[in-house]
Design a protein. Structure first.
Length: 243
């Protein structure tokens, strides 16, 4: 039986302050927890219900079987009757831009669903690293983790000072593309090794980063919509860069 203190601790991890203090975050759902097995994330504890226990019989971590009502008491999801894992937050030492791939920079993304969608989309297009500004929503927010559909385990997401990153860690002067509403409409690109900057949902890319952008681009508009969701826009641009 799971203790009241444990329930309180797990529930506290829904708040960024306590995730940071304990260097622990939560992954929910049997499929997403199972995907952790083949990653370099350190799994501290797995809780699962009896119905899903066979999925974790060979798991390389502590597994505790709890009731469905107990699972609901620790879960942030409306209907999670399967599994939940406590996982150690990664510490990234290498904060350099790699010169042989597309690198995403996210400036001030606020919506957890948007960040999760971008991470999932980046995974689809083979993007290995995303750098986020320090005011971008926390990767380990439960809503972000849920929206990635497991892609957070395959894409390195690093929160850092983006201006310093572009100033000091842009090898071989990799071209920097930025998405702007008034940018140059274009459908495909010749550059394959690039940095792509996507901005805040309301205000776009900050003035501090704009000066580092070589190519201001936009997605050609056919209809009359005011703007595109940043997750959708990121997907369209990544598709064009990978053609």
């Amino acid at each position: 039986m799971i203790s009241k203190n444990t329930i309180k601790f797990i529930k506290s991890l829904q708040i960024k302050k306590f995730r940071q203090e304990n260097s622990v975050f939560v992954v929910e759902g049997a499929k997403r927890v199972c995907e952790l097995q083949d990653t370099d994330f350190e799994i501290i504890q797995v809780y699962c219900t009896q119905k899903y226990a066979n999925l974790f019989s060979n798991f390389n971590s502590n597994v505790e079987i709890i009731s469905e009502s107990e699972m609901q008491s620790i879960s942030s999801l409306e209907n999670n009757f399967s599994a939940l894992a406590l996982v150690k937050i990664k510490k990234y030492n290498n904060k350099n831009i790699v010169s042989d791939s597309i690198t995403l920079l996210l400036d001030g993304i606020q919506d957890p669903g948007n960040l999760g969608t971008i991470i999932r989309t980046a995974d689809w297009f083979g993007v290995k690293t995303i750098f986020c500004s320090e005011n971008t929503v926390d990767l380990y927010n439960p809503k972000v983790i849920s929206a990635t559909m497991g892609s957070f385990a395959r894409v390195s997401v690093i929160h850092t000072d983006l201006e310093m990153l572009l100033k000091n860690h842009n090898p071989q002067n990799i071209p920097v593309y930025g998405a702007f509403l008034d940018g140059n409409p274009t459908k495909n690109f010749n550059d394959k090794n690039i940095i792509l900057v996507m901005g805040n949902e309301s205000n776009g890319i900050s003035s501090e980063l704009s000066s580092y952008i070589n190519h201001r681009i936009s997605i050609p508009q056919i209809g009359k919509a005011e703007s595109l969701n940043v997750g959708i826009a990121t997907g369209i641009l990544l598709y064009n860069f990978t053609l």
